[in-house]
Write a protein that binds this ligand. Structure first.
Ligand code: ZN
Length: 301
């Protein structure tokens, strides 16, 4: 089986921006870490330092973004764009210091995170990580929304969105997702929102930092931005979110993802489904390797 080396960043780097929902300035400092550290946030707030590992067990909300919590009142939200950039570059171990409850939105895509990591360089570690391989189809469904993963030797995706908007009706995209395709075709796709929803979100204290600098904003029949990065930028961004959300599993993964109108909640549900099955399979294969040894030992007694 192919093994993959764990990786960290070569040197520390700092990204400053605003939080999409809070509208407040955020500083994110990324530091190299030893193999096995995983991806871990340290949240600095009100004179305290709180550790929040990036793991499925720590996902506490998926309603507007993917949010991690420490089990108490400490949270870090909108982790998915940064995570998609880390995943694409194979970063398994990194310390993420942050001074607000939201990862900076930057330009609304994963590109600034990807460029920051490229700028500082990647350190390959001697330890390895075993990729997740899907042995049979798995799926999660919520009404007319669904997300499926099928066995495949490579990572690929077929994504379908269908919003009540002339530009986003029945938009589909299928692609293989290797590192270079992710970097050029997916990570630069910006988040998007509907102008009519902005007021409602802002009344709830959300999207306060949203602007044409960090989102594609859709009007009744078009968009406010001068131009799009891709003609189908919105479906590409949904793929970016999906990869960022599944990266919470903490291991590389292969499979053919098929999504229709999915989002953070289904993404995280599928990740939980995959991990429960994969962990079970790995335990079973571990035990099945062990049983003959025990049997032999007992027979010789
Ligand atoms: Zn997003």
């Amino acid at each position: 089986m192919q093994t993959i080396h764990r990786k960290t960043i070569r040197e520390s780097l700092t990204l400053k921006g605003i939080g999409l929902h809070s509208g407040k300035t955020v500083t994110l400092r990324m530091h190299p870490a030893e193999a096995g550290t995983g991806l871990v946030f340290f949240l600095y707030r009100n004179g305290s330092k709180v550790r929040i590992p990036i793991s499925l067990d720590h996902v506490v909300d998926t309603s507007n973004a993917t949010t991690l919590g420490d089990g108490g009142s400490n949270r870090v939200q909108t982790i998915e764009h940064m995570l998609a950039a880390l995943y694409t570059q194979g970063i398994t171990d990194c310390i993420l210091e942050i001074d607000a409850v939201e990862v900076p939105i930057m330009d609304g895509s994963s590109r600034p995170f990807w460029e920051g990591i490229q700028g500082t360089g990647i350190q390959t570690l001697s330890e390895t990580v075993e990729p997740i391989r899907i042995s049979h189809p798995m799926w999660v469904v919520d009404g007319d929304k669904y997300l499926v993963i099928l066995p495949s030797d490579e990572l690929k995706v077929t994504y379908h969105i269908d919003f009540n908007h002339p530009l986003l009706k029945g938009q589909s995209y299928t692609t293989v997702l290797d590192d270079s395709i992710l970097a050029t075709d997916i990570l630069p796709a910006r988040t998007f929102g509907f102008l009519k929803d902005v007021e409602a979100l802002q009344a709830r204290g959300l999207a306060l930092g949203g602007s044409l600098d960090n989102a594609v904003v859709l009007t009744e029949d078009g968009y406010l931005n001068e131009s799009l990065r891709y003609e189908n930028e919105c479906v590409r961004h949904k793929i970016l979110d999906l990869i960022g959300d599944l990266a919470v599993m903490g291991r590389p993964f292969y499979g053919h993802l098929i999504a229709s109108k999915a989002g953070h909640a289904l993404d995280i549900s599928l990740a939980k489904c995959i991990m429960s099955k994969v962990t079970g399979d790995e335990l079973t294969s571990f035990k099945s390797k062990r049983i003959p040894l025990f049997a032999k030992k007992e027979a010789s007694q």
